[in-house]
Design a protein around this ligand. Structure first.
Ligand SMILES: [Zn+2]
Length: 259
């Protein structure tokens, strides 16, 4: 397959041979040599969804496993894939906004369009995670809770964890009302730089900065948090952006331990 836009990767994850990861571009060239938008969710045709998931996974070298994902609901629940016999269709019935697993050969992923996708890795204990951190999930402290859960379930130490922040709407474009920033003001009363005043009582919220603060609060080392700093709304090449487009497709961020 010949993708038109390069898959996005974190250089820091590329140093681990046991790890596969990638973030999907907007479109690909199909078998008929046409440019086709990736359509992973939000269509009524699940056959097409499955086909596009397969195309993307194959393009990153994952050929014989289906993607494990969950029903994302902007909450803070964490789905732990700890049963090697569970099928992806059973997994997707779970409502959650993060997935964790230690099982090799099981790609896990989250779908986003402006919300922040986070991939997390414990290279000591070989545990991976994928997180959907939108405004509401961030407000509920989903990254903090994932780090805590990795410690509880697997014994992961926060200072060993690596967290990659994928493309999300930036503080350049994410204009919100006062009610949306209040929870973060309470969470981080002494922090600056995650909020900028806009016009007529509005604010620009920086979800990436907010999640960096959450990561640090959870015990991650600042040097182990890395961000693509790529705004889905205004950067080129164009990515799926709910804010810019309204009804739109989704970006898939996936990670897997090599079998
Ligand atoms: Zn922007």
């Amino acid at each position: 397959m010949n993708t038109l836009l390069k898959k996005l990767k974190f250089n820091q994850f590329e140093t681990f041979p046991e790890l596969f990861h990638a973030i999907s571009p907007r479109c690909f060239k199909n078998d008929r040599d046409e440019i086709e938008d990736f359509c992973f969710l939000g269509n009524d045709d699940f056959g097409k969804t499955k086909d596009h998931l397969r195309v993307f996974l194959e393009s990153v070298g994952i050929t014989n496993s289906s993607l494990f994902f969950v029903n994302q609901v902007h909450g803070d629940k964490i789905f732990i894939l700890n049963d090697a016999d569970l099928t992806f269709s059973e997994a997707m019935k779970n409502s959650a906004d993060a997935l964790l697993t230690h099982i090799p050969g099981k790609p896990i992923g989250v779908f986003t369009a402006d919300c922040l996708p986070i991939l997390i890795y414990d290279p000591q204990l070989k545990v991976i995670g994928a997180i959907h951190a939108g405004r509401k999930g961030s407000e509920k402290g989903i990254l903090f809770k994932v780090v805590r859960e990795m410690g509880r379930v697997y014994g992961s130490r926060p200072e060993n964890l690596l967290a990659g922040f994928g493309p999300a709407i930036g503080g350049c474009c994410y204009e919100v009302g006062e009610d949306c920033v209040q929870p973060f003001k309470k969470m981080f009363p002494d922090e600056r730089g995650w909020l900028r005043s806009g016009l007529s009582g509005k604010y620009f919220l920086d979800l990436i900065a907010v999640n960096k603060m959450e990561g640090k609060k959870a015990g991650l080392l600042p040097e182990n948090i890395f961000s693509m700093d790529r705004c889905t709304c205004c950067s080129t090449p164009k990515m799926y952006s709910y804010r810019r487009e309204g009804k739109t497709g989704r970006i898939l961020s996936t990670i897997m331990l090599r079998p």
